[in-house]
Design a protein around this ligand. Structure first.
Ligand SMILES: [Zn+2]
Ligand SMILES: [Zn+2]
Length: 78
């Protein structure tokens, strides 16, 4: 069984570093699997440690409409 050491942040489980595979004799054969050895590093990654994880709001058209464009024509500004 081959081993591959994968280091992950222990807080958010994001990938920190993926080491090279340590191959065995059966490396590359059919049905051969590579055993991942997860090593946790003791902190969160850059996107999960600094601020709020707010990344789901940048879809085009899903943003909040500005007040000036709402109901233009019915509400005239002098
Ligand atoms: Zn192997
Ligand atoms: Zn993370």
């Amino acid at each position: 069984m081959c081993y591959q050491v994968v280091e992950r942040y222990s807080v958010c489980r994001c990938l920190y570093y993926k080491h090279a595979i340590d191959p065995c004799q059966a490396y590359g054969q059919r049905g051969h699997v590579i055993q991942e050895k997860t090593v946790l590093v003791g902190y969160a990654c850059g996107s999960h440690s600094s601020h709020r994880p707010e990344a789901a709001y940048d879809l085009p058209g899903a943003g909040v409409l500005p007040d000036s464009g709402y109901g233009s024509g019915a509400y005239s500004v002098r």
